[in-house]
Design a protein around this ligand. Structure first.
Ligand code: ES4
Ligand code: ZN
Length: 318
C-alpha cells in the first residue's frame, strides 16, 4: 500500500548529493567532498546534531530562486512516483536568510514549484515555514512577520532543529502571530527530547499536530491526551532509526501507538539523507513492524484527516 499524503518533509532534506554537486558548479562554490559518493558516505549519523551539521553545510549550494524551484520540483516528482497525492513541505527559511539569501527569492522559487504541482505532477502541495529552535524567539517572530507580510501562499508554521536547548515558551509570540494570520501550526517535539516537550508545544504553542512525538509513548497520561484530543503525530520511523532515536526498526513504537489509538501518520522527514522516500519508508516500516492492510489503511486515513486541506479536497483524497 502507498501513503496518499506526506506531512513531515524538509525540502532541504531532499537535496540529493548529485544536485548538491550540480548546484555547487553552477554557483561556483567549492565543496569539501570530492564527489557525490564521498558526500553520501558521510550519511552515517550518530544523533540529530550530527545530521543537522551536514544538512546545514550542504544547503550552502542553494543560492537562487531557481535552485529552490529545482529542489522543490525534484521532490514533487519523486513524491508523485511514490504515490503521494498531497504533500505539506517544510522550509527552514531562516537557514537561508541567515546566510544572505533573500526571503522573497527562496519563497518565490519554492511556492512557484508547489503551485505548479497539480498540473505537472498530479498532486496538491502546500508550504510550512519552519523556524529554528536553536535561534532566539525574537528571530522566529521576525521571520513570521516577514512571511505574513510577504503575501506568498504559506499554509503553516513549524518549529524544528535541536530540541535540547530552548523551551517552547520562547516561541509563543511567533506562534501567536502566525495563528492570528490564519496559519496552521505544528512543531517538532519528542524526537530526541522528553515527553514534556510534547506537552510544551501543545500547551504553549497550541499546535494542531506534533512532528515526531514518539517519545510521548513513555508517558501514559500524555498518550491518553493525544488519543482524546485526536492530535496527529507525523512519525518518521526510518529517520528515527538513522538518527538513533530507536536502535532497530522493529523496536519502533509506531505500531504500539497506533494500537493505543494515537492518530499516527507516516512520513519520510529527510529522505535524501536517510535513504528512503515515502514508498520505501512504508515498505520498510510495514516489514519491520509486520503491519497488515488494516494498520496501513489507518495510517493512510490518518494522513488524509491530518492534512490541512479544504473538506472537498479531503473527500477526494479519501
Ligand atoms: C530535522 Cl529529523 C529533524 N529533527 C529536527 N529538525 C530537523 N530539521 C530537519 N530534519
Ligand atoms: Zn523533521
Amino acid at each position: 500500500m502507498r501513503m496518499p499524503t506526506e506531512l513531515h518533509l524538509h525540502l532541504e532534506g531532499t537535496l540529493e548529493p548529485e544536485m548538491t554537486f550540480r548546484l555547487a558548479e553552477q554557483n561556483r562554490l567549492d565543496l569539501p567532498w570530492r564527489d557525490p559518493d564521498e558526500l553520501r558516505a558521510r550519511f552515517d549519523f550518530t544523533d540529530l546534531q550530527s545530521f543537522l551539521d551536514l544538512y546545514t553545510m550542504s544547503q550552502e549550494v542553494l543560492r537562487t530562486g531557481e535552485d529552490f524551484h529545482a529542489l522543490t520540483d525534484a521532490y514533487l516528482a519523486r513524491a508523485a512516483a511514490a504515490g503521494v497525492r498531497h504533500a505539506e513541505v517544510s522550509l527552514d527559511l531562516q537557514a537561508h536568510t541567515g546566510r544572505g539569501v533573500r526571503a522573497a527569492e527562496v519563497l518565490d522559487g519554492v511556492t512557484s514549484a508547489l503551485q505548479a504541482a497539480p498540473g505537472r505532477h498530479g498532486l496538491s502541495a502546500g508550504l510550512i515555514v519552519t523556524v529554528l529552535r536553536h535561534l532566539p524567539g525574537e528571530a522566529a517572530l521576525a521571520t513570521v512577520r516577514e512571511v505574513v507580510e510577504s503575501g506568498y501562499p504559506v499554509l503553516g508554521l513549524g518549529l524544528c532543529s535541536t530540541e535540547l536547548t530552548a523551551h517552547a515558551r520562547d516561541f509563543v509570540e511567533a506562534f501567536d502571530l502566525a495563528r492570528a494570520h490564519g496559519l496552521h501550526l505544528t512543531a517538532h517535539a519528542g524526537e530526541e527530547g522528553p515527553p514534556q516537550n510534547v506537552t510544551g508545544v501543545l500547551d504553549h504553542l497550541r499546535v494542531e499536530r506534533v512532528d515526531h512525538g514518539v517519545r510521548a509513548c513513555g508517558d501514559p497520561a500524555l498518550v491518553a491526551r493525544l488519543v482524546a484530543q485526536r492530535i496527529p503525530l507525523t512519525v518518521c520511523p526510518v529517520s528515527n532509526l538513522r538518527l538513533r532515536v530507536v536502535d532497530a526498526l522493529h523496536e519502533h513504537p509506531l505500531r504500539r501507538m497506533l494500537d493505543s489509538g494515537v492518530m499516527v501518520t507516516l512520513n519520510s522527514d529527510d529522505p535524501a539523507y536517510f535513504g528512503g522516500y515515502l514508498d520505501e519508508v512504508t515498505d520498510r516500516t510495514a516489514e519491520a513492524l509486520d503491519l497488515g492492510e488494516e494498520h496501513l489503511s489507518t495510517l493512510a486515513r490518518n494522513g488524509i484527516d491530518a492534512a490541512w486541506v479544504e473538506e472537498s479536497r479531503r473527500r477526494e483524497l479519501h
